[in-house]
Design a protein around this ligand. Structure first.
Ligand code: FE
Length: 392
């Protein structure tokens, strides 16, 4: 038996934030990131709408990028003292992910992180509060997914939490919030969304329920991402919806090794962090060529290519799809290789075997359409470093 889960309600469109006026409840905790939502006036708007709804609201601010276990526990404690019946998270992926984890420890104070890292093993939520998410970036789609990533800095471990219990109850997808994104973030998050949709479509867990969402998301990213990057706000609006569709697909079909590689290389090098979406954009064409050696996967990539108007045999379609992604990376100023990104060659060589082993063990590898050994992963990562052909 399979399961397909999405938020109960999704409000979208310019000004959709106003829906908060109609929220029914008594108390809310509003979880926020670094301050851009406040600067742009969205926090004041939310507080005004919630006041109109008769809801008393407390803020939990300054959730850091890559939120920590400590932040989660602090938020949960604040919630236990205040007793909200709504948890509202607004901003990029980080405050929403953190709030999802706070929710678990608010409702189950005696639970530990170790107990919930096993995927799909959460206790039943919604005993105390419901969850509403408002994204300000167009990529992670955490407003509709069953995932959250929390970092234990003391142990140096990222906990990827996964359970349909943390799929939000309500998502408000208001494109006005995404208008505040700088161009680089628009490029990276947009390619993250494209990767979500492509990996979900070829995942071993793809289904008739997730396929249409993935294909539509891919078509919309292809149509709108370059203009959105160049500042067209109509295109930015469509990208905000496209990433949300991609999220609905991958929350239910899961991902593949592009994400495994991005997760394990993101913080691996001393030259600095590789932004998640940028890493995905670099790896995507190489992974497509690797996976397409599997006939079933090749057919599915070809179907993606045909859905965006490319023609030819399956093999030709796969090549054209990769070329298309290369073209988009050029348009979006995303490098073609890790070398071009600025990763030091000696450091790469020294670390690649260990990274390959970790990437194979990543939670996203299980649903990849073609199996991969640590040795093959090392070869694949090496191709992404030098830009060499994937022929194995
Ligand atoms: Fe992603």
């Amino acid at each position: 038996m399979m399961r397909f889960t999405l938020p109960r309600d999704l409000y979208y469109g310019k000004g959709a934030l106003e829906q908060l006026k109609n929220l029914e409840g008594k108390k809310a905790v509003l979880v926020l990131g670094g301050g851009s939502m406040k600067r742009f006036g969205f926090v004041d708007k939310v507080l005004e709408y919630l006041k109109e709804a008769g809801i008393e609201t407390k803020l939990f601010e300054n959730v850091e990028p890559d939120p920590s276990v400590e932040t989660v526990m602090k938020g949960a404690e604040m919630m236990r003292e205040f007793g909200p019946d709504w948890i509202i998270a607004m901003g990029g992926g980080s405050p929403i992910d953190a709030a999802k984890a706070m929710w678990v420890f608010y409702e189950y104070p005696d639970t530990t992180f170790e107990e919930i890292i096993q995927p799909f093993s959460f206790p039943t939520l919604r005993q105390k509060a419901k969850f509403l998410a408002i994204p300000s970036t167009s990529g992670t789609a955490t407003e509709v997914t069953a995932f959250s990533v929390i970092t234990d800095y003391a142990k140096g471990i990222k906990y990827p939490l996964a359970d349909f219990n943390i799929t939000p109850d309500v998502a408000i997808v208001d494109p006005e919030l995404a208008e505040t994104m700088p161009a680089k973030l628009t490029a990276h998050t947009g390619m993250d969304a494209l990767t979500h949709a492509i990996e979900a479509y070829v995942s071993t867990l793809n289904s008739p329920f997730t396929d249409p969402l993935a294909i539509k998301a891919i078509q919309m990213v292809i149509d709108y991402l370059p203009d959105s990057y160049n500042g067209c706000m109509e295109a930015r609006e469509q990208m905000h919806y496209a990433q949300c569709l991609a999220g609905q697909a991958f929350s239910n079909a899961l991902l593949g090794i592009v994400h495994s590689m991005a997760h394990k290389t993101g913080a691996a090098f001393s030259t600095g962090h590789i932004p998640h979406g940028c890493a995905n954009a670099i790896y995507l064409p190489y992974v497509i060529k690797y996976n397409a050696k599997d006939k079933v996967a090749e057919g599915r990539y070809a179907a993606i290519a045909r859905s965006i108007g490319l023609v030819g045999t399956d093999a030709e379609c796969v090549q054209k799809l990769c070329k298309k992604i290369d073209e988009y990376n050029v348009k979006l100023n995303i490098p073609k290789t890790l070398k071009e990104f600025g990763i030091n060659e000696d450091e790469f060589k020294e670390k690649v075997a260990k990274i390959a082993e970790l990437a194979v063990g990543d939670a996203c590898t299980g649903s990849n359409p073609r199996e991969i050994t640590p040795k093959q992963m090392e070869q694949l990562l090496t191709c992404t470093y030098y830009g060499t052909e994937v022929d194995f």
